[in-house]
Every structure is written in C-alpha cells, then in structure tokens.
Design a protein around this ligand. Structure first.
Ligand SMILES: Nc1ncnc2c1ncn2[C@@H]1O[C@H](COP(=O)(O)OP(=O)(O)OP(=O)(O)O)[C@@H](O)[C@H]1O
Ligand SMILES: [Mg+2]
Length: 356
C-alpha cells in the first residue's frame, strides 16, 4: 500500500490505523472462506414461520415479514419462485447469492439466518431490519444533510472494503438495497447480483442510474464498479436525485459515459472533491481502485469528522433514529398489495435446486 498524504487527505485517519484494520479484515476473510466452503444444513422449513405481511417486491422475489412459530422472532423472508429462476437461467446466480449471504459476517451487511425450499420456492430468511429502506428515507426527507450522508457513507465504505477483501463484488449498490436497522445503522442487502471474483468479470448487470461506465462498455470490470455506485449514492443522498438521469436508458448510458454532472450549490467543496474522485469515468483513476486502495477514500477530508473505529463498533449515536415501536413494526415500509404464495402437490425442479 502506498501512503501518499496529499493536501486533501484528513489528519484524522492514519496509515497505521488502516494497517491495523487490514489485519482485522484478514481474520474476517478467513471466517468468510470457512463458511463459503461449508455445506450448511438449516433445520427450519417455511412451515415454521407465520407470514405477517409483504414488505418488498423485487424483480425475483417477494419479501415478507415472518414470525418464527417457536421463538416468536421476526425475520424477513425472501421467497423466490423456482420456475422464474429457471426461466431467467439464474440458478447459478441465486446459488451465489445464498453462498455469499451464508458466509458474510459484518456489522453493516445483511447475513443469512436460514435457507429452505418447498415444492415451488427457495426461501432466504434474513434478520428483519425494521427501519426501512434508505430509499424511503431519502424520498421522505427529500435529501439528507451531509453529516447524515457521511454517517451512512462511512458504513458503506467499511462494508464494501470488507466485501472486496473477501473477493465479493456487490454490483447493485443503491438506496433500495440499503436497510436501516432499529439502532439507526445500516445493513447492505440484496446480493442478487453479488459474485465472488478472481480477477475481471463481464456480465452487464445492475440498476441503470447506478451502473459504472466500464460495465456499459462491456470491456470487463472489477471492484471499481461498486466505488462508482457509491459516488452515485452519495450524490443521491445529498441531492435527492441521481447525477445522471434520462428516461431513455440508452441516452442515460451516454450521459454516464460522458461523466459530466452538475452538483447543487449547497454541496460542500470537500464533498464535490470526493465525488470527482469516485465518479471518474476511468476506473484506473477512480478512488478505491488506486494503489492506496480504500485508504484514499477513508483518508479524504470529507470524512474529517468520522472516527472509523467508533463507526465500526457502532459507538456513535446516529444522527437519525428510525421510529420502531417493536421488533416487528412495519410502519417504515410502504403499504403494498398482498401477494399469496402458490402451492403445488408436486415438487418442481428438484434436481436443479438440490444444492439449496
Ligand atoms: N432483511 C430485510 N429487512 C427488511 N426489509 C427487507 C429485508 N430484505 C429485503 N427487504 C425489503 O425487500 C426489498 C426487496 O428485497 P431484495 O432487494 O433483496 O430483493 P430483489 O428481488 O433482489 O430486489 P431487486 O431485484 O428489485 O433489487 C428490499 O428493497 C427491502 O425493502
Ligand atoms: Mg433489491
């Protein structure tokens, strides 16, 4: 790692602190690899949970708040229809999602409680995060103050640093996939595009407004795409809208490739400076992917007030606390039309999903 203290580096995060954090990450990576290689048998079945209400509809799955009939604990249950996975040729990707979720253990990343299946569905059962989506908060507040955006971004930086250290690329960073927990801290979820990579990868995926230029160019890409999306996220938190937008996806991609965006007047110069380094169209020049790695980001002056150690250990009182009346409170999730899970006497695609 190269230690390059430029003018825009903060005085508060030293190279020594980063080295000590890397040792911590090395230990977490060993845990990750142990879980990733393990065949974990979960004792629960979908029958062990009562459906309370629907909390999310994604492109593949429907997410329910469920309650364990034995422990009375609440969970979020993502029900994914096997026939849809087969139709979209997505088994390998779903298996990656499950394996990654079963292996990750980090304060700001969601992890898997149980996985089970029945005749029609695969169920990923996760801890329920009652504070709702970051997306809902941004829409409700119109935009977030810089200190609040810094608080969430710091957790995202630590989460991405951990994931990349474990060779996991997320590829779908956006406010809809970031949940707020009862303590006001965040949990990054939705590993539907997550993948463990050795070097480069080529698949075009993600959410158009958040997609990095190198994905659009189909030249192969690596972890740098998540740092680009982090730049988009910071911009959207503070402005209330993304930096590149067009209703026509092709025109949107042109804007992304041009890399020209405007910033609101109230955005601080230090924030603009960090964005300039994250939203660099050239991934070889983008912060997070240079010789100093994440240190370039953690040491940037925008994070002057951030104590990374205190954030990691959740010792900071959050600038915003969601109202959660109890552990199963869904008032932070928008109302949605009820969806009934289907039933079938026959087990479909048994062989295809034997590893789940
Ligand atoms: N653990 C959780 N706690 C609370 N809500 C959750 C949890 N997991 C998912 N949700 C809700 O369900 C929504 C959909 O979940 P998720 O993003 O994992 O599904 P998806 O099918 O991959 O979605 P998409 O493809 O549209 O991004 C989330 O945006 C969130 O609102
Ligand atoms: Mg999602």
């Amino acid at each position: 790692m190269i230690f390059d203290r430029k003018e825009e580096k903060t005085e508060h995060y030293s190279y020594e602190l980063q080295i000590s954090h890397k040792r911590h990450l090395d230990a977490l990576k060993q845990e990750f690899l142990k879980n990733y290689g393990a065949v974990i048998k979960y004792e629960k079945s979908a029958e062990d949970f009562d459906l309370v209400r629907i909390i999310g509809i994604g492109s593949y799955g429907t997410v329910f708040l469920v309650r364990d009939k034995t422990t009375f604990e609440y969970h979020a249950m993502k029900a994914i229809e096997k026939s849809q996975v087969i139709k979209k040729k997505n088994i390998k990707q779903l298996y990656q999602e499950k394996k990654i979720l079963q292996s990750i253990q980090f304060p700001f990343v969601i992890s898997l409680d149980f996985c089970c299946k029945d005749n029609l569905y695969i169920y990923l059962i996760l801890p329920f995060e009652a504070g709702g989506e970051l997306f809902t908060l941004i829409r409700r507040m119109k935009n977030l103050s810089e200190p609040l955006a810094q608080f969430y971004t710091a957790q995202m930086v630590l989460a991405l640093e951990y994931l990349h250290h474990c060779c996991v690329i997320h590829r779908d960073i956006k406010p809809e996939n970031i949940m707020i927990n009862e303590s006001g801290y965040i949990k990054l979820g939705d590993f539907g595009f997550g993948k463990t990579i050795k070097s480069r990868t080529w698949t075009i995926c993600g959410t158009p407004e958040y997609i990095a230029p190198e994905i659009i160019l189909s030249k192969g890409y690596t972890y740098s795409v998540d740092w680009w999306s982090l730049g988009i996220l910071i911009y959207e938190m503070i402005s209330g809208y993304p930096p590149f937008y067009h209703s026509d996806t092709m025109k949107l991609y042109e804007k992304i490739l041009n890399g020209v965006y405007k910033t609101p007047d109230y955005m601080t110069p230090t924030c603009k400076s960090l964005l300039k380094h994250l939203l660099d169209v050239d991934p070889t020049k983008r912060y997070g992917s240079l010789k100093a790695g994440v240190y370039d980001i953690k040491g940037h002056v925008w994070f002057d007030e951030i104590n990374w150690h205190m954030i990691l250990h959740q010792k900071i009182f959050p600038p915003f606390m969601p109202i959660c009346r109890n552990t199963g409170d869904t008032s932070n999730f928008p109302e949605m039309d009820d969806v009934k899970l289907k039933k079938s006497p026959d087990c479909l695609f048994e062989k295809d999903f034997e590893n789940f």
